[in-house]
Design a protein around this ligand. Structure first.
Ligand SMILES: Nc1nc2c(ncn2[C@@H]2O[C@H](COP(=O)(O)OP(=O)(O)OP(=O)(O)O)[C@@H](O)[C@H]2O)c(=O)[nH]1
Ligand SMILES: [Mg+2]
Length: 178
């Protein structure tokens, strides 16, 4: 819906917006309708939609195999080092044992969730999605260390089947992952 309003905002000299063509087509009848009251209502709804990013929370799940650097990734994004307040514990053995929420340092509405590693004895694939409360997250970042594994494929397929989005982040991996 937000995109349908972006074309309209161009009329109000807000130029750094883009609009999906189909959305614009759906939007045009509203734009052309003659009632001043309804046009004002349209402007109000448009402004509300555009302001949503300032108030709505975005839940991002950081997932992947155990030990691939999920907690380290979150610490890096947050610019934290070992011992800093709020540092996500990093370990060489299964470290993160429950989904843990961290705030983005600049955008407080962005919440990064550090998930336990998938496919371990404590977090088997069969129960993983229920254990981490799959529905909570808006999208997923799957961390891969060096190699692409069956668990990564399983995560991607499962997230896709459930109608959500994922991104892969890969890094060189540690010696013990090779
Ligand atoms: N070489 C290398 N090692 C890393 C990297 N990121 C993390 N590590 C190391 O990998 C180990 C595991 O890191 P964590 O961040 O705890 O990994 P995790 O995915 O959160 O692990 P679990 O919570 O147990 O699933 C630690 O010894 C880290 O120092 C990286 O980018 N490169
Ligand atoms: Mg961890």
């Amino acid at each position: 819906m937000i995109f349908s309003h972006l074309y309209f905002l161009r009329q109000y000299d807000i130029s750094d917006v883009t609009a999906d063509e189909e959305e614009v087509k759906r939007f045009l009848p509203e734009l052309n309708q003659p009632s001043a009251r309804r046009r004002r209502d349209l402007v109000r709804r448009t402004r509300n939609d555009l302001a949503r990013w300032e108030t709505e929370k975005l839940h991002i799940a950081v997932t992947g195999n155990s030990g691939v650097g999920k907690s380290s990734f979150i610490n890096a994004i947050r610019g934290l080092h070992p011992g800093d307040a709020g540092w996500a514990p990093v370990d060489v053995v299964e470290g993160t044992m429950r989904p843990t929420q961290y705030n983005h340092p600049v955008f407080p509405n962005i919440l990064l969730w550090d998930l336990p590693g998938v496919g371990t004895k404590n977090f088997r694939r069969e129960t993983f999605m229920a254990q981490v409360e799959f529905e909570r997250y808006d999208f997923y970042i799957i961390i891969c260390a060096g190699r692409f594994t069956e668990n990564d494929i399983w995560l991607a397929e499962t997230i896709h089947q459930k109608g959500k989005t994922f991104f892969f982040y890969t890094h060189e991996g540690s010696a013990r992952n090779r």
